[in-house]
Design a binder for this molecule. Structure first.
Ligand code: HEM
Length: 481
């Protein structure tokens, strides 16, 4: 009896939540749905309200997430209309069209994120702001991440954390690469952003951040008990910690010092933007959103692809061993530019980015009617520039589903690079963390392949809602002598 009561109550609650969810979508999009459809675009708007979202998601969970796009490309061409995640959407799987969209400014297109995500981001988050203020913040952060100073700090910090973690690897139990790299990359990121060292505060930040990101793809309902509410509470705790760090920096006079040690210093030291402590702390947490998961997944996927391609692994190992021996002979420690100097290692990273599609694409919203290459994108519609479709297009890449780092040694590939290879996006919103990501992956691969042999357990890549390994990539390691 009690069970029946609970299950009925649960059903009513769940039905109400689902109804509310679709009502919010419906109200939000009623206006745009009424707009006339782009006349020259083929495609299907799918079911009322949900459009083609369920098909998109279910393909995302299969081994071949490309099916959704491939089917429609065959039927409608490289640019087509659809209805995804509550919005009428134009999907671009065309490298040239996507490039124009990415290069456009905020008068034409602005980023569009799920409602739960915008609720969690601050209003002045780098991910949400546009125009000159965005250019300013993006420029400050991007140039700091490119600076030799930061690269040297990241290198020594990453090496320390990596070697400490590897020293604890046991030959008698599997090592979960996805967990190991996540733990390391989070600490590297927190140090680069707010100057935090390992310890109690770092542990607190890690726990709260996991609670925070759990809300990124949740229902956009902020009521006690909902995931969104819990995530907002977690963000408050993190902001409190960052505000404390900022105040300490102000007391210590970092705000007027010449040399910025982390991104917080960069924003504090900037005299022209006059950023408040609240805005800086908010942004530090929001910067962790794109930075936290992507780098460990890059490293994990590289291990996966290398485990399946012994020839590439052999060449990578040889190249890195040669560097290691040369540096040992000279008695020099490895610097950040040594790690980035190896052409085959960089090709492995590039090929991992191409095949892995850690960010499968980005969504923009049209601020006015925009015409691109003869396609009309109506005001209010979303555009999904789908990187994965281009990265796996056999018109651009021979045998695209085949892990082939050698393809990047062909000079012709570089001329095509900017158009058909956009793992870090492009234009005004090009990922400011791209150098950091490449550096961390290079350091990881160097130490991993020169110090260990391994056998990987069977594992598969999941592509939705984010890219990750189903079993966290377990491997059995043996230390090289
Ligand atoms: C493999 C690693 C990474 C990949 C594949 C990646 C990919 C991307 C992509 C595709 C975008 C463009 C989003 C858009 O156009 O709307 C982006 C933006 C961004 N990324 Fe990364 N990213 C990576 C690592 C990082 C790291 C380590 C950071 C460090 C904090 C970072 C910070 C950002 C920020 C702040 C933006 C937003 C830029 C803006 O809107 O102006 N990313 N990233």
């Amino acid at each position: 009896m009690e069970f029946i009561f609970y299950s009925t109550t649960l059903t009513i609650i769940l039905s109400t939540v689902v109804l509310l969810f679709f009502t919010i979508f419906f109200i939000n999009n009623r206006q745009s749905l009424r707009r006339s459809l782009p006349p020259n675009l083929l495609g299907s708007m799918g079911w009322p309200i949900i459009g083609e979202t369920l098909d998109f998601i279910s393909c995302g969970y299969t081994d071949h997430p490309q099916t959704f796009m491939e089917k429609r490309r065959l039927l409608y061409g490289k640019v087509f209309k659809s209805h995804l995640f509550g919005s009428p959407t134009i999907v671009s799987t065309d490298a040239k069209v996507s490039r124009i969209i990415l290069q456009s400014d905020a008068n034409s297109f602005v980023p569009s994120y799920p409602k739960s995500l915008t609720e969690l981001m601050g209003e002045a988050s780098i991910l949400r702001i546009n125009g000159s203020f965005h250019r300013k913040i993006h420029g400050l952060i991007g140039s700091f991440f490119k600076s030799p100073y930061l690269k040297a700090c990241v290198t020594s910090n990453m090496r320390k954390l990596l070697l400490r973690s590897m020293a604890a690897w046991n030959e008698d139990r599997p090592i979960y690469i996805q967990d190991e790299t996540k733990h390391i990359a989070f600490q590297v990121l927190a140090k680069a952003l707010i100057g935090l060292d390992p310890g109690e505060e770092m542990d607190l930040l890690m726990v709260q951040f996991q609670e925070f990101i759990a809300g990124l793809m949740s229902l956009p309902i902020n009521l006690p008990g909902t995931q969104l509410h819990k995530s907002l509470q977690a963000k408050k705790k993190m902001i409190k910690l960052v505000l404390r760090i900022i105040r300490d920096k102000r007391i210590d006079g970092v705000a007027c010092s010449q040399h910025s040690k982390d991104v917080t210093d960069v924003l504090l030291n900037d005299q022209s933007a006059k950023l408040t402590d609240e805005l800086i702390s908010d942004n530090m947490i929001d910067l962790m959103i794109p930075g936290e998961d992507s780098v460990p997944i890059l490293m994990t996927l590289a291990v996966k692809y290398l485990s399946d391609c012994p020839k590439a692994l052999h060449q990578l190992k040889e190249e890195n061993l040669k560097l290691k021996r040369r540096k040992e002979e000279l008695g020099d420690p490895l610097c950040w530019d040594d790690y980035l100097s190896l052409p085959f290692t960089q090709s492995v990273i590039k090929e991992t980015l191409r095949m892995g599609n850690i960010i499968m694409g980005v969504i923009r919203k049209a601020m006015k009617d925009v015409e691109i290459n003869g396609y009309l994108i109506p005001k209010g519609w979303c555009v999904l520039t789908h990187f994965r479709s281009v990265h796996l297009d056999d018109n651009y890449y021979e045998s695209p589903l085949h892990f082939n780092p050698w393809r990047w040694q062909d000079k012709d590939m570089n001329s095509f690079n900017n158009i058909g290879f956009t793992p870090f996006g492009g234009g005004l919103r090009l990922c400011p963390g791209l150098d950091l990501a490449r550096l961390e992956a290079s350091i990881f691969l160097h130490h991993f392949v020169t110090e260990f042999r391994w056998v990987a357990e069977k594992d598969t890549i999941i592509n939705f809602p984010t890219v990750r390994m189903k079993n966290r990539m377990p491997i059995w390691v043996k230390k090289e002598h």
